[in-house]
Design a protein around this ligand. Structure first.
Ligand SMILES: N[C@@H](CCC(=O)N[C@@H](CS)C(=O)NCC(=O)O)C(=O)O
Length: 203
């Protein structure tokens, strides 16, 4: 595949998902650091790349752009024929299932609470309590699922679902989530981190 440029912030799990997928699929890439907290995703230049004012966004070698982390991950896996996306239609749909769930039920609670607590530094009493309730429910569901599977999507090896979900799960403690009760989840985090070549979290 031709080289791509990834615009992102390494503090953002959504951006790291894309970077890790580019690394795993062997897509040549340049990572351009964007300071999200300083408004870097909303500069006139960045708004031309993604009118939604968000990163990650990638630019293909022919100038076309693509945003939404999971759409980018799917594009990189599909264009390289990567095993991160199964070929069997049902197995592939199981990976999609977790990608959609990640954006609707996981990221919206766990990443948002982490942002409020670790980056906006709000005291717990000023953080919407439903973020903790919904985040814990997501972590419990993952832990239960991983009791029966090595990889979250039930695949033989790591898939895009694992990459998408590990990004914010491994830093959930920064959002005040206690991972100690979730034994299978913690083993999975370490497994995915090792497979991605990341330092293994002590959570
Ligand atoms: N659903 C989008 C979410 C992207 C997103 O929320 N990006 C944040 C960083 S994690 C951002 O760029 N925020 C910039 C801003 O709101 O100014 C995705 O998966 O790519």
């Amino acid at each position: 595949m031709d080289p791509i440029t990834i615009y992102g912030d390494r503090k953002s799990g959504n951006c790291l998902k894309v970077l890790w997928t580019a690394e795993q699929t062997g897509v040549p890439h340049t990572f351009v650091e964007v300071d999200v907290l300083g408004g870097g995703a909303r500069t006139p230049q960045m708004l031309k790349l993604n009118p939604a004012g968000q990163v990650p966004v990638i630019v293909l070698s022919d100038g076309r752009t693509l945003s939404q982390s999971n759409a980018i991950m799917l594009h990189l896996a599909e264009t390289t024929g990567s095993s991160l996306l199964p070929t069997d239609a049902y197995d592939r749909a199981c990976v999609y299932q977790w990608l959609f769930w990640e954006q609707y039920s996981h990221e919206t609670a766990i990443a948002v609470r982490r942002f409020r607590k670790a980056y906006q530094q709000l005291p717990d009493e000023e953080i919407d309590p439903s973020l903790m309730t919904r985040g814990l429910a997501a972590l419990e569901l993952m832990d239960r699922t991983l009791g029966g599977h090595t990889w979250i999507g039930g695949t033989d090896g790591m898939s895009l679902a694992d990459i998408a979900l590990v990004a914010y799960t491994r830093v959930a403690p920064e959002g005040g989530f206690d991972l100690s009760p979730f034994t299978d989840l913690r083993s999975w985090i370490a497994r995915v981190e090792r497979t991605l070549g990341l330092p293994v979290s002590e959570c």
